[in-house]
Design a protein around this ligand. Structure first.
Ligand code: KG4
Ligand code: ZN
Length: 340
């Protein structure tokens, strides 16, 4: 018997990207349409939840039609619909979830609930066709900083998490203090490329402790205090140096903890996931440090690091084929905060 290909339609609306994708067998992207609201939210220095929800409502129909037509399929060819149900902005999630529920109900296609972070991890399955669990995963996004052990496609164990802020949140706050536009992370990276990491903000004490947990609020506050102090004294601030120094300390902590986990828990692979995994310094350092201890590093291409529906469809595929998280379209509830 010839095994039939499985096509998953993915839907993502947890923050400021409306995205719909069609993915074959969890790994092959047939389409991945992303309507980004960055230009709109830039005007306010960050994502305005109410505006995000309204734009999702306006965009989702068009994005859905474009995703099907770019993939060269109709809804009849789709095996299951996968949607991000959390974590994220509640009003934004409601739009994607309601769209998916209605579509599933009307077409009688199974509905698969996907944890947004599960999606970020799955971006790596699209990029690296040979990648299979088990592996260690460093999740670095706007809302999360965590180390997890992927035991299988559907089983995760939390190794460590941030005790306060997420790394992406710290990048965005530092950018704002430096007068850089939203989204802060890529702009901090750009500035850092012209600076030197000559300012010491905090000792990386946390990394030396016997814990896999992270902390970013101390570093964030130290940078903010440094800038305020300079301004109070009427002194100029050197944005490239501040960005380079912050980026250096932020990425050192992420890498140190990951290497500690690889060594102590005997992993041979470390996988990076989430928006901050687009950071070039983080990639470079992780590659160098992991190589020294014989571990292999995986990260998604830049376009799959930030929010997109292809990663949701890929995660949805592994839920679907393993009969996990298949939910009733009448009762799925979007949830702003869910555990990893
Ligand atoms: O994963 P993501 O798209 O959204 C969440 O699920 O949170 O991550 C967005 C975060 C933002 O904080 C953004 O500033 C950060 O990822 N980011 C970066 C870079 N590109 C995006 N941070 C550092 N360097 C980058 N190149
Ligand atoms: Zn995300």
């Amino acid at each position: 018997m010839i095994k039939k290909d499985i096509l998953i339609l993915g839907i993502e609306s947890s923050c400021d990207e409306t995205s719909v994708a069609v993915v074959k067998n969890g790994r092959e992207v047939l389409s991945n349409v992303i309507s980004s609201q960055i230009e709109i939210h830039k005007l306010y220095g960050g994502v305005v939840p109410e505006i995000a929800s309204r734009n999702h409502v306006m965009n989702i129909d068009g994005v859905y039609n474009e995703a099907l037509s770019k993939a060269g399929v109709t809804i009849n060819d789709i095996d299951a619909i996968a949607v991000t149900y959390g974590a994220g902005l509640l009003g934004a999630l409601i739009v994607g979830v309601n769209f998916a529920k209605a579509l599933s109900y009307a077409t009688k296609k199974p509905l698969v609930a996907v944890n947004h972070i599960e999606g970020h991890i799955a971006a790596n399955y699209i990029a690296h066709k040979d990648l299979q669990p088990p592996f260690a995963c460093l999740i670095v996004s706007g809302g999360h900083t965590a180390l997890v052990e992927m035991k299988s496609y559907n089983e995760r164990k939390l190794i460590g998490t941030t005790t306060d802020d997420a790394i992406g949140e710290a990048f965005d706050k530092v950018a704002r203090e430096c007068g850089l536009e939203y989204p802060g992370g890529p702009n901090v990276q750009k500035q850092a490329q012209n600076g030197t990491p000559c300012i010491k903000f905090v000792d990386n004490i946390n990394a030396k402790k016997d814990t896999f947990n992270f902390s970013y609020s101390g570093l964030k506050t130290a940078v903010i205090n440094y800038i305020h102090n300079k301004r109070q004294k009427g002194e100029e601030i050197n944005v490239p140096d501040i960005c380079a120094s912050f980026e250096n300390e932020a990425t050192n902590q992420a890498v140190d903890k990951s290497i500690m986990a690889i060594e102590k828990l005997n992993f041979d692979k470390i996988v990076l996931a989430g928006g901050v995994s687009a950071n070039l310094k983080l990639r470079e350092k992780m590659q160098t440090q992991a190589e020294k201890i014989g571990a292999k590093v995986y990260f998604p291409p830049i376009n799959l690091c930030t929010d997109n529906a292809a990663m949701i469809a890929s995660a949805g595929y592994y839920n679907y084929i393993n009969n996990k998280s298949i939910v009733d379209p009448k009762t799925l509830v979007p949830t702003s905060n869910i555990a990893l």
